[in-house]
Each structure stands twice: as C-alpha cells, then as structure tokens.
Design a protein around this ligand. Structure first.
Ligand code: FMN
Length: 246
C-alpha cells in the first residue's frame, strides 16, 4: 500500500509572519518555513523523451464521457486521485479547494434533479444563441442522467475567505490546476470523467451541504463508460498551431 505523503502543517505558509513595520510584514529567520531537500533524480535524456511521448499518447486517449455504467469503483481510487489533485501548486499555498464525493444514490438523485431543473431553464431560456451554437455539435441537452448513473460524482468547490478559511490568491488558477491533475489521475487509473459546469451552480452548496464561502467550480461524474458509449470525433489542434518557439 502506498504511504500517505507527509504534507503536514509545515507546507502551509503563515498568512502574516513577524512584526508589522510601516504596514509591511517583517519576516524574521525564525518565521521561515524549514527547508527540505528537493526530491529529484535526473534520468537519461532518451528515457525522458520516451516517457514524455508515452504520457502524451496516454493523455490523448482521454475523452469527456457522458454515458456511464453503474459498476462500482475500486476502494481507494477516488481518494488517491484527489490526493494527486491536492498536490497542485496554489497561490500562496492556500490550497483553496474542496472535493465533495457523492456516492449515495439518494444524494446523486437530488443532484441530478436540481441540475436538470437549472439546465432546462438554461437551455430553454437563459443560454444565448451564440453559446447554443457553440455547443450544438456536441449534442448535449438539459438531460444529465450521468449524475445518477456514475458510481461517484466529485463536486469541486473553490474555498474563499470564511470563518475557517484564509483569503485565497489566484483561486481560479489554483483550482483549475488541481482539477487538471484530478482529470489526469482518474484517466491514469483507468476511469473516465466529464467536466460538467451547470449554470448557475449555487444549488450545489445545498446538495453538498457546503457553506457559502465555498463556491462550486465543476461537477465531475466518475466511473466506466457503458459498453456502447460514444463520443464526438473531435480533432485536437496540432502542435504547430498551439506552440510558438522563438
Ligand atoms: C470548463 C469546462 C466546462 C465544460 N462543461 C461541460 C458541460 O457542462 N457539459 C458537457 O457535456 N461537457 C462540458 N465540458 C466538456 C467539453 O465539451 C469537452 O472537454 C470538449 O468538447 C472536448 O472533448 P474532450 O474532453 O473529450 O477532449 C466542459 C469542459 C470544460 C473544460
């Protein structure tokens, strides 16, 4: 079994250290977080390239899936993926994320019903013609059965300043990176997911019983595709279109 990595309180930056002089915190040596050696070993260049290529190919297989089988997940996989996500860098190391994992069928049903009510209003009335045009080819509509059929749904929240949480910095960037790692970890573990963003999302606080300083970021059903699951045949932009080298 993998050991829980040691990420004790050491990693959390003190919000304000030292004494305030002229309105600016003065950091004394004793306030600094103790240093630990960087864990890194250099590998042969050929091996690095091989691994980078293999990883890129593996990630190219990732797709957003909307048809989920009900098969249960192996114990511990979601937890390990969330641990991987929690290694993301974050502004001032505030780690402003919360991952709520829904597996209880009644809770998932509530989630689906609330999401479909919002999505119905969105598709019927609120969505602009431009936005509907942008997603038309994907063939999505207000129905979200995957919120109930997927064995687990991870709802990710941004954690803002509140009674038990400090002021975060670069929240969207930090949580976005964590979600990227989560998607990658789930794919690496052999699971599929979907980046789902109902609009608006505030109903998720009630379904997940989270306080107002936690703001919903994304909903991610997790599981296995049905045996007849299909996805749109979408091209990915080639490297020479997305990368510039000077
Ligand atoms: C921020 C974000 C929000 C998304 N929201 C939704 C959504 O609400 N519903 C949905 O079906 N797909 C959603 N998607 C999935 C995209 O449609 C999908 O990533 C895109 O079509 C590319 O397909 P792929 O992920 O299979 O490569 C979202 C993706 C992102 C990154």
């Amino acid at each position: 079994m993998l050991e829980e990595p040691d990420v004790g309180g050491r990693q959390t930056l003190p919000a304000q250290t030292g004494t305030l002089r002229q309105g600016r915190p003065q950091v004394n040596d004793t306030d600094l977080i103790p240093r630990v050696p960087v864990q890194h070993h250099r590998r042969p260049p050929a091996e690095m390239v091989r691994e980078a290529e293999a990883f890129a190919q593996r990630m190219a297989q990732r797709r957003s899936v909307r048809d989920f089988a009900g098969d249960p997940l192996p114990d511990g996989v979601v937890e390990a993926a969330i641990r991987a996500a929690s290694t993301a860098p974050s502004g001032a190391n505030v780690q402003p994320w919360r991952f709520v994992v829904l597996t209880d069928p009644a809770r998932k049903r509530r989630l689906r019903e609330a999401a479909e009510a919002e999505e119905r209003a969105f598709y019927d009335r609120r969505a602009s013609a431009e936005w509907l045009g942008a997603i038309a080819a994907l063939g999505t509509d207000w129905r979200k059965p995957f919120l109930e059929t997927a064995p687990a749904v991870i709802v990710v929240f941004e954690v803002h300043q509140g009674p038990h949480s400090p002021k975060p910095y670069y929240v969207k960037e930090s949580v976005g990176i964590a979600v990227g790692l989560l998607i990658t970890a789930l794919h690496h573990a052999g699971l599929v997911t979907l980046t789902h963003t109902p609009s608006p999302m505030r109903f998720l606080n009630e379904v997940c019983e989270r306080p107002p300083e936690e703001r919903p970021y994304v909903v991610m059903p997790v599981g296995y595709p049905t045996s007849d699951a299909h996805v749109p045949d979408l091209p990915r932009k080639p490297l020479d279109e997305i990368m510039i080298r000077w």
